[in-house]
Every structure is written in C-alpha cells, then in structure tokens.
Design a protein around this ligand. Structure first.
Ligand code: PXP
Length: 245
C-alpha cells in the first residue's frame, strides 16, 4: 500500500491562545514544528465565529509553509473571498453551525447541491483543489462527484465516537465501502475527525485512503510529549498500520 499523507490540524493550538486573547501559543509555530517532524500538510479551519484560527494565521501560514496548506471552511461568500486571497493548495468544504463544539457531521451535498457545486467550481477555476467533507453515504458521494470535487474527506466520527469496548465492525464496514465507492468514481479519498493513536489502525489500513487530517488528539498528546513527538508517533503508527514501516 502507498504511504498515507498526514495532515496536521493546528486549530486547537489557537483555541488555547484565544482563551487569553494573547499571542501564544502560536499555531504557526506548531505548524512549523509539525512540518519539520514529517507532516505532509497543515490544515486549519477558519470558522465564521473565528473561535480559534484567525485570518492572519492563515495568511502567515501561506507565507511560511513548505508543505501544502489545506483550508477547511464553510461554502459561504465570505470564506470564498478569503480563499481567493490566500490561495491555499486545497480547500475542504465543511458544514458549520455556530453552536456546535466541533464539526458534528458531514456536509449535506445532496441538500445543498447548487451552492456546493457553484462554490466548488469557483474555487477549482481559481486553481484550488477542492475536497468535500461528507459522511460515508453513497448519495453524498455521488453528489460530490457531480459537484466536480477533486476529493472527498470522510467524516470518521461515526466510527471514532463509538465508546471503547463496543463493536466497531458496522461503522468500519460502512467507511470501507464508502471509500471504495468514492475511489471507483474517480475521487481522491481523505479521512478525518476523532482519529487518535488508539483508533487509527483500521482506518489507515483502508487502501483507498490517501490522506488523513488529525487535530485534537495531536494537540492533546503534544501537551505531554511535545508537538514534534506527537507528529512522529502518528506518522509511525500510520506506517506500521500500512505495513510500510
Ligand atoms: N477534518 C475535518 C474536515 C475537520 O473539520 C476536522 C475538525 O476540525 C478534522 C479533520 C480534525 O478532527 P480532529 O480535531 O477530531 O482530529
């Protein structure tokens, strides 16, 4: 199996910073450390309410990174303007609700087909690759293909949120089938949400997955082992899971 790309999401470094509204800890510094430790991509979610990542972070990241920048954002006019100014390598369109603690489900591409297709086309015409963050559901996959997306990122929450000790077979099978279906339609396949050192292995073993984006568990782990080590541990786990270590 080919090497899986590891995207590191640094949003929650900014969450700690915004708890005090001062300059540290700096998500840009975390991103540079992640890059040096082997991250293949840096991911940030610029939320409408700016609760963690700020516009300036995205602009500075664009200037300093050597690896690709993946901007997660809602399909709104405001965010499209930011993307056209910053020009990330990839945009991942996500749903957004102000009250949610985190992104709780995938984008409803079927229910918002016109806006998603329009936004996807607009970004792709500007030379930005577009991924759609969706649940592992066949209708959403087909509609994502119709919308002209380059890639699909499967929301792994339905698997990762299963309490420890309970059966994950059905959720994993659903994810595997969705990955297969997306790849068959010619979409690049990504995955993310809730992934950590304990649950990543069966996900990393799904051959169609080319990229994972991981945030919270890396930042949580970094508090105890440091950012570079947290990234290295995950890199090693991905390689071991794929049998390519
Ligand atoms: N991928 C997408 C599209 C997301 O919205 C998020 C959460 O911001 C992640 C990946 C990372 O999820 P987590 O922080 O649970 O690792």
């Amino acid at each position: 199996m080919t090497r899986i790309r590891l995207g590191i999401n640094v949003d929650h470094v900014a969450t700690v910073r915004e708890a005090r509204k001062i300059a540290e800890p700096d998500p840009v510094q975390a991103a540079i450390l992640a890059e040096q430790a082997g991250a293949d991509q840096i991911t940030v979610h610029l939320r409408e309410d700016r609760r963690h990542i700020q516009d300036r972070d995205v602009r500075v990241l664009r200037d300093v990174l050597h690896v690709p920048l993946n901007l997660e954002m809602a399909a709104t006019q405001e965010m499209v303007s930011v993307a056209l100014e910053v020009r990330p390598d990839q945009v991942t369109l996500v749903p957004e609700r102000r009250q949610e603690i985190t992104t709780e489900g995938g984008l409803d591409v079927v229910g918002n087909r016109d806006n998603v297709a329009y936004t996807t086309r607009y970004l792709r015409d500007a030379g930005i690759s577009v991924a759609l963050f969706v649940d592992p559901d066949l209708q959403q996959i087909k509609e994502s293909r119709r919308a002209g997306a380059d890639a699909i990122e499967f929301h792994t929450g339905s698997y990762c949120n299963i309490p420890r000790g309970e059966d994950t077979t059905a959720a994993l099978n659903q994810l595997r089938e969705a990955c297969r279906a997306a790849a068959r339609l010619g979409l690049h396949v990504h995955a993310g949400h809730g992934l950590n050192l304990r649950n990543i292995e069966p996900v990393a073993r799904i051959a169609e997955i080319e990229e994972v984006n991981i945030g919270h568990s890396i930042v949580a782990r970094a508090l105890f082992v440091g950012f570079p080590e947290a990234v290295r541990e995950m890199r090693e786990m991905l390689d071991l899971s794929r049998g390519s270590a």
